[in-house]
Design a protein around this ligand. Structure first.
Ligand SMILES: NC(=O)c1ccc[n+]([C@@H]2O[C@H](COP(=O)([O-])OP(=O)(O)OC[C@H]3O[C@@H](n4cnc5c(N)ncnc54)[C@H](O)[C@@H]3O)[C@@H](O)[C@H]2O)c1
Length: 125
């Protein structure tokens, strides 16, 4: 049975632990999935579904070009650092990735895409 859905979703951090499960689930549910990941902690081999784009959430130009290229139905954001101890010792690393980089994604996500799902990092605040 072909359960393909005519809709594309973006999964940022889709090569990571949680993101790769979401990619699998979305693909098996029939969505076309685009994964954006810089592979800092993720693995290329974890991405078994969809399209993979290696890049960083910090790269606003890349984010803008992705949103011009695709009309995403939804955006899932798992690209965060999440080690509580490290966040205490190196808060700026956590601020720039978990807060500032997320702000790069928000304006584009709320324009055409009706859904933005954030996976709340344990160690952002
Ligand atoms: N692991 C858990 O049990 C768990 C439970 C609940 C919520 N979460 C949350 O889910 C999120 C992901 O956690 P995880 O355990 O999957 O971590 P992870 O490190 O396995 O995955 C994060 C992914 O994001 C990518 N990434 C990080 N910064 C990026 C950037 N700037 N640009 C592009 N890609 C980037 C990494 O390469 C990696 O593939 C975190 O917010 C975490 O707090 C995790």
């Amino acid at each position: 049975m072909n359960n393909s859905i005519d809709a594309t979703v973006l999964v940022v951090g889709g090569a990571g632990y949680i993101g790769s499960h979401m990619v699998k689930r979305l693909s098996r549910s029939g969505y076309h999935v685009v994964v954006l990941d810089n592979l800092t902690t993720g693995n290329r081999s974890s991405i078994k579904y969809g399209e993979f784009i290696q890049g960083d959430l910090e790269d606003k130009k890349l984010i803008n070009s992705l949103f011009s290229q695709y009309r995403f139905l939804g955006v899932f954001h798992f690209a965060a650092h999440s080690l509580v101890g490290e966040s205490v010792h190196n808060p700026s690393k956590y601020y720039s990735n978990n807060v500032a980089n997320t702000l790069n994604l928000l304006p584009e996500s709320v324009k055409p895409a009706p859904t933005l799902s954030l996976s709340p990092p344990a160690s952002t605040f």
